[in-house]
Write a protein of this length. Structure first.
Length: 620
């Protein structure tokens, strides 16, 4: 097999053996993740390649590892400067010399980096799509001393108008093919439907590419959708469940982002905001504090996205409905990138739909936007397993049962309950209030609220006033959602006024029996909704006191070391590595090299400190 005209022929067995050796000695991993090996083999054979892998699936290894085998330079097109900084810091910590070329460099720093590139000292460089189109960088890459072996296009979905974050500058990348016809091109993305994949191939001019599509399933992320009742309380409940953990809360507007940040801050939470309305300096500082574990929570618009290279985000809350399932998947994918248990909570309100549609008048293709939104609405309102729906959107089916995968059904249907009488009660209440009110008011009447407005309207005299002792308030909200999904009730207008459909009237007239998949909490009158999932701790078993002490000391040491090196803590070691150290308690270099994520460079740089901590705890 042959890489390209500049490379020597190498047998596949040699390449495989070399790749596995590099994986262990440099990166500290014992085995490849799904499709990593196949993608690496493809690009080392000189074939253009498209890799679709979920966030946290290990896309970076697919170009980082081959860069150490390729004779020349690997150029990575990355969308955000902050992401480049972290990626270079991470590579340097593993002993791979890399640089970024962007506007954050002083001229002297740029010249120094360019000299190192010409001298062959650099294996990977990061540039933005805008930077790649400049004559300065193209001239540098075209220098006689420079051999470009591979171009890697990260976040390749940005080149498609059907992608959730289209960036016109990505369209300029295709011209690089004419300047470097012999360099292999690798496109990587975490979210790509068939339409987006075809756009990537066409717009990047990939030549008969190998296409690898990994499973979109993120089994470590628990998926939950809650109707938005008291949104602040729902947010706080999730935060309390993840006390001390990092989390992201997404809002659809700058105003909502600022208001929620202020409320959480006043309640004493460690929180900052992030949106395009802030200055570049403030955005950069807030993001940096979050990545460095100096603040626990970021409340952000979708502007806070691809620049997040933080593996220990334990929860993502969508405070508002996303505009599409692709956007939603990308956002929740920022949770649990290290493979440890994490939560994705979506708060859904029909009012969100009207807000999203308001902005359709400014988009190029409102009809396409509506199609994408309808997929998101169906996901939020359906009673089908969330994981099944999400995978189906990307053309994948759930191939194995998963316990506790989402709030709907543990990959099955919730048991049907006879809700005939409760349904008759609330639908009758809608009719008796003349179909002029929303859910909150109708439920107030049904549950006997003494709200002044109810008395003024005389609705305390209705036969349906104070007859709703069947369910908790949350239960009545859930039943209304189910009746709406069943087509018996509809919500109309800006304020989601409840009305009975023709089918609903027939149900009442004919006194039909109705069975719907109500959750258990709904049938308990005074029950409060709590999480349907017990959080899996990211610390060792409670009875392993030594391991817990090691974890505590390692985290403190990691933070100090990261501050000294001016890098985020995860650049030193991720939480998964700390857990493995605490479990295996290495006290010599051989044992240290068997720890997840510790290669030779990190063992040399940090091994003594780690073993001292382990020995200090275990010998007490």
């Amino acid at each position: 097999m042959c890489y390209n005209k500049y490379m020597k022929i190498q047998p596949e067995t040699f390449v495989n053996a070399k790749a596995e050796e590099v994986l262990k000695t440099v990166f500290g991993y014992d085995s490849f993740r799904p499709l990593q090996k196949e993608i690496i083999q493809s690009i080392l054979s000189g074939k253009d390649t498209l890799g679709v892998m979920p966030t946290g699936g290990g896309k970076s290894i697919c170009y980082q590892l081959p860069s150490l085998i390729f004779p020349g330079l690997t150029v990575v097109v990355s969308p955000l400067i902050s992401l480049m900084h972290d990626q270079v810091a991470s590579l340097e910590s593993t002993g791979i010399h890399s640089v970024f070329l962007n506007s954050s460099l002083e001229w002297e720093e740029y010249l120094f980096a360019a000299d190192e590139i010409r001298q062959g000292k650099v294996k990977i460089i990061y540039v933005s799509p805008e930077g790649l189109s400049t004559g300065r960088i193209r001239d540098l890459l075209s220098s006689p001393e420079v051999l470009v072996s591979c171009f890697t296009i990260d976040e390749a979905h940005c080149i498609s108008e059907w992608g959730h974050d289209f960036r016109p500058d990505y369209l300029e990348i295709r011209s690089i093919r004419r300047l470097f016809p012999h360099a292999v091109m690798l496109a990587l993305t975490a979210t790509a439907t068939e339409q987006v994949r075809q756009d990537i191939i066409q717009n990047l001019s990939l030549k008969e590419p190998s296409v690898f599509i990994s499973s979109f399933d993120r089994p470590n992320i628990f998926l939950e959708v809650q109707p938005k009742r008291n949104a602040l309380d729902q947010v706080i409940s999730c935060i309390k469940k993840h006390a001390g953990d990092s989390g992201i809360i997404y809002c659809n507007s700058r105003k909502q982002t600022d208001e929620l940040t202020e409320k959480l801050d006043k309640l004493g939470y460690s929180v900052l905001n992030y949106h395009a309305g802030l200055s570049d300096n403030i955005r950069s500082k807030n993001q940096d504090k979050f990545i460095r574990d100096e603040v626990q929570i970021i409340v952000a618009t979708v502007a806070f996205g691809m620049g997040i290279d933080k593996p220990n985000v334990r929860f993502v809350i969508n405070y508002d409905l996303p505009k599409s399932l692709a956007e939603y998947y990308q956002e929740i994918g920022r949770a649990g990138r290290d493979g440890l248990s994490s939560d994705a909570l979506l708060l859904y309100s029909p009012a969100d739909i009207h807000k999203i549609r308001f902005f359709f008048q400014d988009v190029a293709d409102p009809q396409k936007s509506e199609i994408l939104l309808q997929g998101m609405i169906q996901y939020a309102t359906s009673r089908i397993c969330h994981r099944k729906q999400l995978l189906a959107y990307f053309g994948e089916s759930l191939k194995r049962p998963v316990d506790n995968c989402c709030d709907i059904c543990k990959c099955g249907s919730l048991p049907l309950k006879n809700v005939t009488i409760p349904a008759q009660k609330i639908m009758s209440c809608i009719i008796r209030t003349r179909q002029r009110f929303g859910a909150t008011y109708v439920i107030d009447v049904l549950t006997g609220s003494k709200n002044k407005r109810i008395y003024e309207n005389g609705h305390d005299k209705l036969s349906t006033w104070n007859i709703g002792d069947d369910f908790s308030r949350d239960g009545w909200y859930e039943l209304l959602d189910l009746l709406t999904a069943e087509g018996l009730v509809t919500k109309t207008g800006e304020y989601n006024i409840l009305e009975i459909t023709a089918r609903g009237k027939n149900f009442l007239v004919n006194r039909e029996e109705l069975h719907l998949p109500m959750s258990d909490f709904a049938t308990m009158k005074f029950a409060k909704k709590t999480s349907l999932r017990k959080v899996t701790s990211t610390t060792p078993a409670q009875d392993d006191d030594e391991a817990n002490q090691i974890i505590t000391k390692l985290k403190a040491w990691r933070k100090r070391k990261a501050d000294d090196m001016n890098v985020p803590p995860h650049i030193i070691f991720g939480d998964k590595t700390l857990l493995d150290i605490a479990a295996k308690k290495p006290t010599n270099k051989g044992a240290l090299l068997n720890i997840y994520g510790i290669g030779s460079a990190k063992a040399e740089a940090f091994g003594r400190a780690i073993m001292e901590i382990v020995t200090d705890v275990t010998l007490k």
